[in-house]
Structures are given as structure tokens and as C-alpha cells.
Design a protein around this ligand. Structure first.
Ligand SMILES: Cc1cc2nc3c(=O)[nH]c(=O)nc-3n(C[C@H](O)[C@H](O)[C@H](O)COP(=O)(O)OP(=O)(O)OC[C@H]3O[C@@H](n4cnc5c(N)ncnc54)[C@H](O)[C@@H]3O)c2cc1C
Length: 339
């Protein structure tokens, strides 16, 4: 029996009753429909890079999306439209677009997982989000038992959020269509650390290939790439950055990061709150460890259980709650275990 620890980047999680590897769209829809028909619990997995599965495993069918293939049209004026299967590896796709002289995905280099996983939490990094370039998302709607295509505005994208995340048991993502700009220059750089690494000012544009290299180097240093060392055995950032009211923001120390939002709320930094509430890099509960490189990443130091990871997350969350009165919300999806 396969343990879900073999299918998740945190490398924790007990067994699944049945595991199906869907290599084609037909296989994927057939496996989903069969499980739904039989009334079986269903868990869809892409790269397993945003999942915390409990030690008891999953009581039902796990479908691993391994569909491949893409079709694309590139036009000198309107740019590229690329329709990409959900199972394609995200970072291989980003590298492919840069090779084809297509821009706008370079900041999202090095994020683990699949193309199908990307719209779910509207992946983002270094000042950009995937929703900026998504034209359409094709899904299998388990309720209607039919294919349903969402245009970008129907996806209800928000910060680490989408309609697919909010209805995670309804839509199976089959493929995603991206609209990319033709060009060798990146989007304006919005992130100081990245601008500094490239020796340019904020808002500068550089060659997409150079930006990709700089992002991969920064991510490598923080253990934020897919990899086989224990520093990479994580689910990336464990908590999302909190949005607080202007009144709550006023209660934070003057040096706390504050990013005012259009709706009047203030976004602050989960990493800053953790560090200033006494959560330290390298601290450990059994096999669960705060990354040595990045306080927001909870890692598996080798023999962690899902329960260890949850205990460490609870401890970090409680310290932030006590010091700042802010409850951190996980970015990671929990299956069969609760925070
Ligand atoms: C080291 C590391 C760094 C990371 N850095 C970032 C980052 O910079 N920015 C960021 O936004 N995220 C980051 N992440 C989180 C993660 O990589 C992304 O959220 C990724 O898009 C998840 O894709 P996945 O295929 O692995 O999804 P999984 O983890 O397999 O699944 C996540 C959720 O999506 C659902 N799902 C997956 N595929 C489908 C599908 N085809 N149809 C329907 N539902 C599906 C699952 O059921 C689950 O609910 C990081 C993770 C790691 C491990």
C-alpha cells in the first residue's frame, strides 16, 4: 500500500485505500466519475506541494494528475496563447515559455507543483501572481458531471485564493490557458530583494532568462525549491500573510511591514509576525522543524509525522496570537488532520 508521504513534498501522510495515476484527460474524468458514482471519498493530487495529509492517511481514492501535453499559438502582435494540461510540471512549463521568448511567468520560476495546481491558490511570488496571465481554466464539474470552462474573471482570483480553492471538492482542473506577452524582457521588478540581487532599481525590467536565474538562486538559498534535502521537505510558506483592519495595524510595532490594500485593510507579513513573536529558524518539535533558511516554511527534518508538523504550526500560531492578537491562517490544505 502506498503512503501519501511518497506523494507529498512534506513527506508525511499515511496510506490511501486506492491510488490512481491519471495519464490522460479521459482517464482523469473516468476515475473521478467512477469514484463519484460509487460514493467514494476523493482526493486529487498534483505535485503534493501544498498538502498536509494526516498520519491515518486517506479513506478513499487518491487520483494523481499526471496528464501531459500543450498546444500553443504564438503571434507577433497578440503574444502567445498556451493551453497546458493540468499534470504538466509548473517549473518546466515556465522554462519552456522563456525558451519560446514569451514573458510574464519569469517571477514564478521554481514554484513546485503542477500547472493544474497553480490556479487553485493563485500562486504568487516576487510581486506577481499567476492570475495576471490566466485566460481560461477548463474543469470537470463533479456536480454537473460536465466540462465547464471558466474565463479569468469567473475564477474569482484573490490573494492565494480562487473559486477552485473555495470549492475544492467540485472542480477538477483539466487544463489552463495562459496569455503571455512576446518578448525577452521581464515584467517590472516589484521586489527589493530581487532588484538588489540583479543590481537594478525597483520597477526595472531585465532579460526574462536573467530574472529566472536570479529567482531560482534566491529560492535555492531559502530552501524554497523542490528538492531532496530536508530543507526542501516542506509545503512552502505554511501560513498566508494576514490582512488586518487599519485599527489592528495601528497596534503593531512601527517597524512591522504594512501594505495598504484597496479595500482599506492592511496586509502584513506572517514571517515578520512569527519572528517577532519568538519563532526561530531551526526550532523543532520531534521531526518537525522551522526551516533554517525561512521562518515561514515548516519542514520535515527526516522522521516527522503529520502530528509533529501540526504541533509545531499550533505552537507558532499561538505565539503570534498571544503577542499580536492575530490568528495566522494556513496556506497549506489539510487533509484528515486539523490545526
Ligand atoms: C518548497 C516550496 C515552495 C513553494 N513556493 C510557493 C510560492 O512561492 N508561491 C506559491 O503560491 N506557492 C508556493 N508553494 C506551494 C505550492 O507549490 C503551490 O501551491 C502549487 O501550485 C501546488 O500545486 P500542486 O500541484 O503541488 O498541488 P497539490 O499540493 O497536489 O494540491 C493542492 C490543492 O490543489 C488541489 N489540486 C491539485 N491539482 C488539482 C487539479 N488538477 N484539479 C483540482 N484540484 C487540484 C488538491 O486537491 C489540493 O487541494 C511552494 C511549495 C513548496 C513545497
Amino acid at each position: 500500500m502506498t503512503n501519501l508521504s511518497e506523494l507529498t513534498t512534506l513527506h508525511v501522510g499515511g496510506p490511501a485505500q486506492v491510488i490512481v495515476r491519471a495519464k490522460s484527460e479521459e482517464e482523469l474524468i473516468a476515475a473521478v466519475a467512477a469514484a463519484d458514482e460509487a460514493g467514494t471519498n476523493l482526493l486529487i493530487i498534483g505535485g503534493g506541494s501544498n498538502l498536509l495529509v494526516g498520519d491515518a492517511g486517506f479513506n478513499g481514492t487518491v487520483i494523481v494528475v499526471e496528464t501531459t501535453g500543450n498546444s500553443y499559438e504564438i503571434d507577433a502582435c497578440s503574444g502567445g496563447m498556451l493551453q497546458v494540461a493540468a499534470g504538466v510540471n509548473w517549473d518546466e512549463f515556465v522554462a519552456f515559455t522563456i525558451e519560446k521568448n514569451l514573458a510574464n511567468l519569469e517571477s514564478l520560476s521554481g514554484i513546485p507543483g503542477t500547472v493544474g495546481g497553480a490556479p487553485i491558490q493563485n500562486i504568487g511570488a516576487y510581486g506577481h501572481e499567476v492570475s495576471e496571465v490566466i485566460a481560461r481554466v477548463r474543469t470537470y464539474d463533479r456536480e454537473a458531471k460536465a466540462i465547464r470552462t471558466f474565463t479569468a474573471d469567473q475564477c474569482e482570483f484573490g490573494y492565494r485564493d480562487s473559486i477552485f480553492k473555495r470549492h475544492s471538492d467540485r472542480y477538477v482542473i483539466l487544463d489552463v490557458t495562459f496569455h503571455l506577452r512576446r518578448g525577452e524582457f521581464s515584467l517590472p521588478i516589484k521586489y527589493k530583494e530581487l532588484a538588489d540581487a540583479l543590481g537594478v532599481e525597483i520597477d526595472a525590467k531585465v532579460a526574462t532568462e536573467d530574472l529566472r536565474k536570479a529567482v531560482l538562486a534566491l529560492r535555492e538559498r531559502k530552501g524554497m525549491l523542490f528538492g531532496n534535502t530536508h530543507q526542501n521537505w516542506s509545503a512552502g510558506s505554511f501560513f498566508v500573510n494576514p490582512f488586518v483592519s487599519a485599527e489592528v495595524a495601528l497596534t503593531l510595532p512601527a517597524n512591522a511591514p504594512r501594505w495598504p490594500q484597496a479595500d482599506g485593510t492592511i496586509k502584513t507579513s506572517a514571517a515578520w509576525l512569527m519572528e517577532n513573536a519568538g519563532v526561530t529558524k531551526g526550532e523543532q518539535i520531534n521531526g518537525a522543524k522551522i526551516s533554517d533558511n525561512h521562518v515561514l516554511a515548516l519542514t520535515n527534518a527526516g522522521d516527522a509525522t503529520a502530528e509533529d508538523i501540526v504541533q509545531l504550526a499550533r505552537s507558532a500560531r499561538a505565539r503570534v496570537q498571544e503577542k499580536f492578537g492575530i490568528t495566522l491562517i494556513p496556506e497549506v490544505r489539510f487533509v484528515g488532520i486539523e490545526l
